[in-house]
Design a protein around this ligand. Structure first.
Ligand SMILES: [Zn+2]
Ligand SMILES: [Zn+2]
Length: 125
């Protein structure tokens, strides 16, 4: 039985890349700016960028009025999920290597990563 992704803890020391800017996103423990959803997330913030990442939504932006903000999936940002946690993977800063991009699970202590590129997906656990 798989637990829902929002029952896991988002690790605080990741360096996910913003899909728009390739900039490292910062951890925000306080969560989303308003509403009932106050889980932690990562936020780009580069030149006012609103892209965020968390386990449930993957890469997303927030749209709506301050009283009611809704997460909207970032187009093309979410392609892979962790096999253990069903959480969206983030693009890891470290591995812009010959195989392509490295995508990793954001659940604390997981370490699940997938390399994507011309040679196909390579799972590294
Ligand atoms: Zn950005
Ligand atoms: Zn995982």
């Amino acid at each position: 039985m798989i637990r829902p992704a929002n029952s896991f803890v988002l690790a605080a020391k990741l360096e996910p890349l913003c899909p728009r800017h390739n900039k490292i996103m910062r951890y925000e423990a306080s969560g989303l700016p308003s509403g009932t959803d106050n889980r932690p997330s990562y936020h780009c913030g580069y030149e006012g960028c609103s892209v965020r990442y968390d386990l449930v939504n993957g890469y997303f932006t927030l749209l709506g009025m301050p009283e009611e903000i809704n997460p909207v999936e970032e187009p093309g940002g979410n392609t892979l999920k962790c096999e253990k946690h069903e959480a969206w993977l983030y693009r890891n800063r470290n591995q812009a290597n010959e195989w392509g991009d490295e995508w990793c699970c954001g659940v604390e202590g997981c370490g699940f990563c997938v390399l994507t590129g011309t040679k196909g997906n390579r799972v590294r656990t």
